[in-house]
Every structure is written in C-alpha cells, then in structure tokens.
Design a protein around this ligand. Structure first.
Ligand SMILES: CC(=O)SCCNC(=O)CCNC(=O)[C@H](O)C(C)(C)COP(=O)(O)OP(=O)(O)OC[C@H]1O[C@@H](n2cnc3c(N)ncnc32)[C@H](O)[C@@H]1OP(=O)(O)O
Length: 210
C-alpha cells in the first residue's frame, strides 16, 4: 500500500498565541523546531521529540503539530500499532493507531486538540484507513487537570469524536480492565470489507466465552 501524505494547515488563536496547526510533516522539519518543555505526558520532552521525528519518517507515520513560531506546543501521532498489541496481529497495512495526542499546559482546553485532528483528517488519504485509538486511563493527566476518570473520558470522547472516531466494543483484556478505558475507531469510506472483517476479528478473540 502506498501511504499518501498530503500537507494541510490551519491557524487558531489560543491565550493570545497565534498557532499554526500543520502536517503531516517530515522528520527533518520537526528536528528543526523547538519542543515545548510542557510536552512531558509520555516521555521527557527531548526523548518525545526524538520519537516523533522517527515516526514522521516511517512510511505510514503521520505527525501533525501545533506550533507558535518555531516552538511545538502540541502534536498527534498516527502509525501502525505496536507489534506487542493485538491490533497488529492481522498486519493490516491500512490500519493506523492514533498513538498519542498531547497539548502543552500553556494552550490546553483552547481547541488545539480538536484542531490537530481536524487538520489530520483534511487529508482525503485518511479515508483509506481504519484509524483506532486505545484509551487507557493511566495515560491521562488526571493529576494535572484535576478531572476524574469519567470527566477525562468525556474530554477524550469530545476530542476523538470531533474527527468522527466513535466507541467500539472489544474484549481486549487491557481495555476491559477498567470501565473508563475504551477503544475508539473510524473506518474510512474506501476501506475494503476484508479489512473491516479482519479488524472485527481482532476486536473479539474470546467469543467462545459467551
Ligand atoms: C491516545 C492518547 O494519547 S491518550 C492520552 C491523551 N493525552 C493526554 O492525556 C495528555 C495530556 N492532555 C492533553 O494534552 C490535553 O488535555 C488533551 C489532548 C487530552 C485535550 O486537548 P485540548 O487541546 O486541551 O482539548 P480541546 O481544547 O480541543 O477540548 C476538547 C473538548 O474538551 C473540553 N475540555 C478540554 N480540557 C478540559 C478540561 N480540563 N475540563 C473540562 N473540559 C475540557 C473542551 O472544552 C472541549 O469541549 P467542547 O468540544 O465541548 O468544546
């Protein structure tokens, strides 16, 4: 499968900062930008910057960023699922995982998360993919926001739902281990039925139990 990546951009104002939201971008371009110290939800900022540079240059990898000047203040990633996760079992070339989304505290709750997804889905190539995201409450910044798990889950549903991702059932044990965890997905318009069948088979692997 050829992974077509078409660049799009939109701007928005948050807390008196004029942000440009753009992507998919290349690794070398991302390497030329500064990475905000507030982007530390998943790794220390330097390491996360490096990880995103690598993802940007993967054949299927897509990185969309929000930046003020040369300072990256938010990002979202799309890539094939981790080989250790069940979502990679069928090795579907047309399945991408929204692996991480993060916005710096400086511009949170100002619409940047939703804008990142809007720009990501401006590329018509996204209609060729099943896009999934696995929401685990232990990845959420409950401490930083003061939200409880259900309030945070609502925020994630709003962000993901703005791009058309919706809740999908699964018997994945990690997802089922807490009721606030969930799988969300969007099946692109041109995704063939074989991919949908293979995706459904990955969602449910313990049918004999029921
Ligand atoms: C697959 C994964 O990556 S899971 C982990 C997700 N990432 C994290 O938890 C990292 C830390 N958190 C963040 O970076 C951000 O808070 C995000 C990514 C969760 C949300 O990004 P933001 O730019 O703040 O979200 P955005 O401003 O687009 O808000 C979306 C909606 O949630 C609401 N919202 C956002 N933050 C809050 C909050 N703290 N309290 C209440 N509502 C909120 C917004 O009002 C908006 O609602 P609306 O659609 O009714 O207008």
């Amino acid at each position: 499968m050829e992974h077509v990546k078409r660049y799009h951009s939109l701007s928005l104002m948050v807390n008196n900062k004029e942000l440009l939201v753009e992507g998919p971008i290349t690794g070398s371009y991302l390497a030329s930008l500064r990475f905000d110290e507030g982007l530390k939800a998943f790794r220390i900022p330097e390491q996360q910057h490096e990880a995103l540079i690598e993802i940007a240059d993967l054949p299927e990898g897509r990185i969309i960023i929000a930046r003020e000047g040369d300072l990256v203040l938010g990002y979202v990633t799309f890539l094939h699922p981790d080989p250790l996760e069940r979502w990679s079992q069928a090795q579907l070339p047309d399945l991408l995982e929204l692996g991480a989304i993060e916005i710096s505290h400086k511009v949170r709750a100002g619409g940047v998360g939703k804008k990142l997804l809007e720009v990501a889905f401006l590329d018509d190539a996204m209609e060729d993919y099943v896009i999934i995201t696995t929401e685990y409450y232990w990845h959420w910044d409950l401490k930083g926001t003061g939200l409880d798990v259900w309030q945070y889950r609502k925020v994630m549903e709003k962000v993901m739902g703005s791009a058309g991702l919706s809740w999908m059932a699964t018997d994945d044990p990690e997802i089922c281990s807490h009721p606030a965890n969930c799988l969300m997905a969007k099946i692109g318009k041109r995704v063939p039925p074989e991919t949908v069948v293979a995706f459904d088979a990955m969602r449910f692997q313990n049918r004999f139990l029921y």
